[in-house]
Structure formats: structure tokens, C-alpha cells
Design a protein around this ligand. Structure first.
Ligand SMILES: *Cc1c(COP(=O)(O)O)cnc(C)c1O
Length: 356
């Protein structure tokens, strides 16, 4: 049976990414050797890294003065690398959920970490809009898409201090004005590649200002200087990321992606709002285009297991909500075809007619 992959991460990737990577694992760039069995310093692999950097810059329209890095450690390592490299005295954080919270906690190890606002009291169901970023903060950290709670910051906000953004789960889903950011980072395993590689886009002029020794591997300058080749990069995930970037470019880039993502999300939210059995959990204006969270209306709560069973029988995978929200979460990342969302909507309608 056809499976529809709504997993939150690791998650669905383009067919091309999977097929090309399998092929390269067997025979990389015509070398007759497998991708996992050649030197990362070979000219063939260097070409992969170079092209991935070029495509990052092209697809996101990254201005001069920024570096693109491919590192290990996941987005979670960035939670400490960012304050290590940028926090001298004080940093500001917007607390919009689990990941934002983890980032905030790490910053506290390096200096004063100010929580400018939080939506914790409402189980992170909205993005706080009224807050003041201290003018003397070294940076302001946001999480643009809250994977667990299904909220998203849809615009590139204005910040009085360098803006640092965790874009793990919405990178390449829409156009972004990179010039408004000091750092953009994320784990690859939501919208780009298998787990193992972390992308970091960093404005060079922000570095070298803190007064503390930084371990070599945790210093962005090490990786800028050596073009992400200070040590062995995760070669297979980097190769896969390049395939996804090529796929994105061929489809028309982030503008086209945004159009498709909006169509998919509109379709599912319209059904959530129409269907009397279900309701969305996120504030309407902050609804994520990538992670769509919904629960059963109170009078139908007892039917959640039945709906889950029906959806599973119809090929839906990964729609169980995160334990901190409950209900359901459909992740509609770039590589998820519209057909999958249509199948889920049809399933919700079929379930409704069974319970008239
Ligand atoms: C998944 C996720 C993370 C964690 O990423 P790792 O690469 O597993 O460390 C951090 N932030 C957001 C927004 C995420 O979705």
C-alpha cells in the first residue's frame, strides 16, 4: 500500500535525493568507489561541498559577508555554539516552545539569558508579539517554526540587535531576507537531508568579539577558515543535501516552494476548520505551514484512537501529535506531495460521515 509520510523529523525527502544518494553510495561521481569509501578531501567531494554552498547562497539569496557551514552535532549543538561565539554579557530569547527553551537554557551557561516573552502559559499555542528586546543584548534568538506546537513566525522580524534564528523545520520553505539575520541555523533532517549535518549561515563580522577562549571545534572561525573541512564532515548527509538543493532549484526555488506549501497547508487547515470533529490547536494567525497540529473537539475526544486507526489503515504515517500537545500533527514539509494532504483530508471526511 502507498504510504503517506507525515513524520515530523527525520521526515520525507524528495525521491531524487534518495535515489541519487543510493547511486552515489555505490559509485560516487564516476570514481568506481562508493561515497562512504572515498576521501572527503578528494576533488570529487570538494566539488560537492562547493556546489552545496553555491546553491545555499543562490536559493536563499544570501548577501556578501556571510559564510555557509556544514557541521555536525545537530541544531542542539548550535544552542551552545551560538552563545559560545556571540554572547559576551547578555542575550535575548523569545520562548515559543520546547526547542526555544532548550536554546535559552544553554545561553544561561555563558551569561545573562533574558526571556523577552513566552507563550508557555497557553502551551505555546501562539507567538508572542509584544516584547522589548534589550538594546544592549548581544543578539536576539528566535525559533521561526515550532515543530512541536505548530506555530510559525511568518515574517522576517526587525530586531535592534543581531537576529539569530533556528530554522531547523522551515528552512527553504519560503523566501527569507537573510540580510535581517546574523545567524540562521538548523539540523538538516526536516527539510533537507538525513540527520547528521547541520547548516549554519553566519554573518562574518559578528565573530571574534567575545572575550573567552573557544574550543577549536566550537569556534565558527575554524570552520569558515577550512571551508567546513577542519575535520571529516558527514559526507553522506552533505551529498544528500546537495541533491535536495538541486531538486529545489529545478522546481523554481523557495518562491515556488512557498506557493506549494501554502496550498497544502490551506487545504488541511480548511478541513480542520470545516469538519465538526476536529479543531486546530495553534492561534490562526500563527499557524505553521510545516507542522499542522489538530485535536478532536471535546465531545468527540473518545474517538481519537479510532481516527488514528482509520488513518493508519489508509496509509498515513507519523500523524500522532507530540505528547506535549496530544491529538494529531501532520508535517507537510517541502518534499511531501499535495496528494498526501488530499488523502488525509479524504480520510477526515470519511471519518466524519461514519460519525454523523
Ligand atoms: C528538530 C529540531 C531541533 C533539534 O534538532 P537536532 O538536529 O536533533 O539537534 C531544534 N530545533 C527545531 C526547531 C527542531 O525542529
Amino acid at each position: 500500500m502507498k504510504k503517506y509520510n507525515f513524520n515530523a523529523g527525520p521526515s520525507v525527502l524528495p525521491n531524487e535525493t534518495v535515489k541519487n544518494t543510493i547511486q552515489a553510495i555505490e559509485n560516487f561521481a564516476g570514481t568506481g568507489l562508493g561515497l562512504m569509501e572515498v576521501s572527503h578531501r578528494s576533488k570529487e567531494f570538494q566539488a560537492v561541498v562547493d556546489e552545496a554552498v553555491v546553491l545555499f547562497k543562490e536559493l536563499l539569496n544570501i548577501p556578501e559577508g556571510y559564510s555557509v557551514l556544514f557541521l555536525g552535532g545537530g541544531a542542539s549543538l548550535q544552542f551552545c555554539m551560538i552563545p559560545y561565539n556571540l554572547l559576551e554579557k547578555k542575550a535575548a530569547y523569545l520562548n515559543t516552545g520546547t526547542w526555544a527553551n532548550k536554546a535559552l537554557k544553554e545561553a544561561g551557561l555563558f551569561g545573562e539569558a533574558v526571556e523577552v516573552a513566552s507563550s508557555k502559559e497557553a502551551n505555546y499555542s501562539y507567538i508572542p508579539k509584544k516584547y522589548t528586546v534589550p538594546a544592549d543584548a548581544d543578539y536576539f534568538h528566535i525559533t521561526t517554526n515550532n515543530t512541536i506546537f505548530g506555530t510559525e513566525i511568518h515574517t522576517d522580524i526587525d530586531s535592534p540587535v543581531p537576529l539569530v534564528a533556528d530554522m531547523s523545520s522551515d528552512i527553504f520553505s519560503r523566501p527569507v531576507d537573510v540580510s535581517k539575520y546574523g545567524v540562521i541555523y538548523g539540523g538538516a533532517q526536516k527539510n533537507l537531508a538525513p540527520a547528521g549535518v547541520t547548516f549554519v549561515i553566519v554573518k562574518d563580522e559578528l565573530l571574534g568579539k567575545v572575550n573567552r577562549p573557544i574550543p577549536t571545534m566550537l569556534d565558527y572561525r575554524t570552520h569558515i577558515k577550512d571551508g567546513s573541512m577542519f575535520n571529516t564532515p558527514p559526507v553522506v548527509p552533505v551529498y544528500a543535501a546537495l541533491q535536495t538543493l538541486k531538486w529545489l532549484k529545478a522546481l523554481g526555488g523557495v518562491k515556488e516552494m512557498y506557493k506549494r506549501n501554502k496550498e497544502k497547508a490551506d487545504l488541511l487547515y480548511a478541513e480542520i476548520d470545516r469538519n465538526k470533529l476536529f479543531k486546530g490547536t495553534a492561534a490562526v494567525e500563527d499557524r505553521s505551514l510545516m507542522n499542522i497540529c489538530f485535536v478532536m473537539n471535546d465531545e468527540y475526544k473518545g474517538l481519537e484512537d479510532d481516527f488514528y486507526k482509520l488513518a493508519t489503515a489508509k496509509g498515513m504515517v507519523g500523524i500522532k501529535g507530540h505528547r506535549s500537545v496530544g491529538g494529531f500533527r501532520a508535517s507537510t514539509y517541502n518534499a511531501l506531495p499535495k496528494e498526501a494532504v488530499e488523502a488525509l483530508v479524504a480520510c477526515m471526511q470519511a471519518f466524519e460521515s461514519q460519525h454523523k
